[in-house]
Design a protein around this ligand. Sequence first.
Ligand SMILES: [Zn+2]
Length: 557
Amino acid sequence: MTRYETVKSKNPNLTDRDILLGEEVVTEEQYLRALCAKDDIPFMEPDVSLVDTSLLAKVSIPYLVRQRAMPLRVVDGRLNLVMSDPLNAALIDELERTYGMTIKPAAAVTARIEEALSTLEQLRDTAGVEVKTALQYRNIQETPEDDDAGEGAVAIVDHLLSKAIAMGASDLHIEPLEHKVRARVRVDGVLRHLTDLPNDFAPRILSRIKVIAHMDIAERRLHQDGRFSVNAEGRDVDIRVSSYASIFGETLVLRLLDRRRGLIPLDTLGFEPRILAMLREVVLRSSSGLILITGPTGSGKTTTMYSFVDFTRDDSLKVISCENPVEYMLDGTTQCSVNEKSGPTFADSLRAIVRQDPDVIVVGEIRDGATAELATESALTGHKVFSTFHTEDGVATVVRLLEMKVEPFLVASTLSCIIAQRLMRRICENCRRPAEPSKGDLRFLGLNRDYLRGVPLLAGAGCSECGGTGYAGRMGIHEVILLDDDFRDAILQKASSKDLRRLAKKIPGFLTLEEDGLLKVAAGKTTLSELADNAPRDADLRDMSTIKEVAAIRRDR
Ligand SMILES: [Zn+2]
């Protein structure tokens, strides 16, 4: 007999829920998520801002705490009720009689319902029942007040935005599905479920966001873009909204650009300490040369570039940028947004910048031969130039520049450093514990078990602090090529990428992305599966002890 059957035979009156939770087979959240998926019930993060507080006049809060339920709002004549047990028909009956209307149940874990009820109680004791968030909108004539119909769209949107900003999300997705609206946030590059809302809320939520983003509310069949800014607890966040007309209604994606978060101090980007020291002493101190940060979209290269520029700039230097678009404001620098279609383009801006007597030039991205050539020429004439590039790794950057018809002598004489980068999630420090490598990850990375012999691996078990993911925050892994004479000669000779790769490995302190990632895995900062998901394979991977030795070498200059 299974444990379930044993308990059931002894206590035939217990429900499945009582047994599954009582025996700790699953957590309440796991149980509810499964039940909601099966019966198509919204699973929610209940929050006070979702509650029409006038509904509390008919029932007492202690009663609701006992029943583990909370009324939300009346929509289209039906009362939305969030319950810890959405199958409790007796309670639904009782409240339908109390309110005189049909109830539409939603589910939430007991602790969250209790939390929300206790907040409501405090609010009622102090400042009446008005609930306000700390969000302030910019560039909007006025924030329309919640209307009398109890629709609550303003409060709900405020709630979703505040929550996304507090979690450090990069995106908020609002997706109408067949029976509910799903809100998800992207945190550390991965989408997480935030809350479900009853689908009756959809039109009002969508309209509210479209109003504040200056989009056409009446237009629901065409894809649209908009933007607005908010201030949340002293942080300015620019929000770009895009709508996509899906079969169940418009899906909105809100990209959150927190200008302050954009600037991350150099020493928290994830560079190995000795690499960081080399970058500080050799690359960032020198007054000229081209520094390229490369990687695919979403690899954090723009963030790294901003950190470099921020580290470099001081009052004695003129720093000018052309970017597409300017994402973060840097104090004391002259920034310009380029537009490749309507102008000014990167090439136009670079031609103008050199006449502005700059010391440091920041080119948002090199995408074409003309920009590449202008950037290298500026570096040749004694400027320090920072830019990003879209290639797999450091060596591919050199090859690509030559393919763009930049003269080999220009590349060899101006390029001072290439940094290839990827982002990996950090293991949550609150729930990390020893872990075994999975066969799939080992195979994908081209490793056998012996390779990691004696290397203690860690992974996050998942806890409330990391939203059950086992990860919290991200860091970079890097492949840094500090060009030496042999490497420059090879560029002049137009050496093959295979030869360049071989030479790069001879540069003191050089590690490939996979090697740098393995160091961080061995240090318990991240996992093998993050490495497998994010780093390109290194066909000539060196063994762990060599990698550790190389990382410990400091180039003498
Ligand atoms: Zn955790």
